[in-house]
Design a binder for this molecule. Structure first.
Ligand code: DER
Length: 240
């Protein structure tokens, strides 16, 4: 959804938040791609920055844009420089505060449309600040899109059964330009799990995380620091 102009405004807005010497997590998807391209322009203009890509695709874009890259294992850990901020897109952003005592879900995300959410979550969580870039079509009072779940191939049917136990409906993600299922950068498969409206993303996140065979799920809860929403007229920046 959302026009490319709005995605571009969001991505470029987040790229402006990067300061000299930063290590930046580079998200995956078409909105984050705008941030990567803008960062490339800023590198050409003399910005000193290093990128930590979240996928094969984002690394390809970063290298093409002239952004020096670090592997996550070089950036975080004892002698690494750390990650100052991460810029990443989302499939859905919760804007509502759940009434009725359910936990506040503001800033909770569904990610994984690009099947990159395992390394995205690693990088986005390791960053001191996590900036989400989106167009208004991604915003919703409650999360209600299917949750992508990366699974070990041999565990796909066991995980599917556990998802059904949790009142979800799992669908193996089929590839388009390849026969058979989508295979992630990590060599795993993806189940898109429909739960309808998700009243308590924190609880569902914990439930999915403990299912054996789940490599990573696309609920990002309690991680968002800022949301840059590209609009028709400009950018709306929300602090979470
Ligand atoms: O896979 C992801 O989580 C991406 O961030 C992605 O789903 C968002 O994609 P888009 O920016 O191309 O809409």
């Amino acid at each position: 959804g959302g026009s490319d102009a709005m995605k571009r405004r969001a991505g470029e807005s987040a790229a402006e938040a990067v300061t000299d010497g930063d290590v930046v997590g580079l998200g995956t998807g078409s909105t984050a791609a705008h941030a990567i391209r803008r960062l490339g322009d800023r590198v050409d203009a003399g910005l000193d920055v290093r990128g930590v890509p979240t996928s094969f695709a984002s690394r390809e874009l970063a290298v093409g844009a002239g952004i020096p890259c670090l592997d996550l294992s070089e950036a975080v850990g004892l002698d690494g420089p750390g990650i100052d901020l991460a810029i990443d897109g989302a499939d859905q952003v919760a804007t509502g505060v759940n009434g009725g005592g359910a936990p506040d879900t503001g800033g909770a995300l569904i990610k994984g449309g690009g099947a990159a959410h395992a390394r995205e979550k690693l990088v986005d969580a390791a960053a001191d600040r996590f900036l989400v870039v989106a167009d208004p079509s991604k915003e919703s009072p409650r999360l209600d899109r299917p949750v992508p779940v990366e699974v070990l191939p041999s565990g796909r049917t066991a995980v599917a059964a556990a998802v059904r136990e949790a009142d979800g409906e799992p669908t193996l993600r089929r590839a388009e330009r390849k026969d058979g299922p989508v295979v992630t950068d990590n060599g795993n498969l993806v189940l898109d799990c429909a739960f309808g409206e998700i009243a308590d993303p924190v609880a569902l996140s914990a439930t999915l995380a403990e299912v054996p065979g789940v490599v990573e799920h696309g609920l990002f809860v309690g991680m968002t620091d800022e949301i840059h929403v590209g609009t028709e007229s400009g950018v709306r920046i929300e602090s979470v």
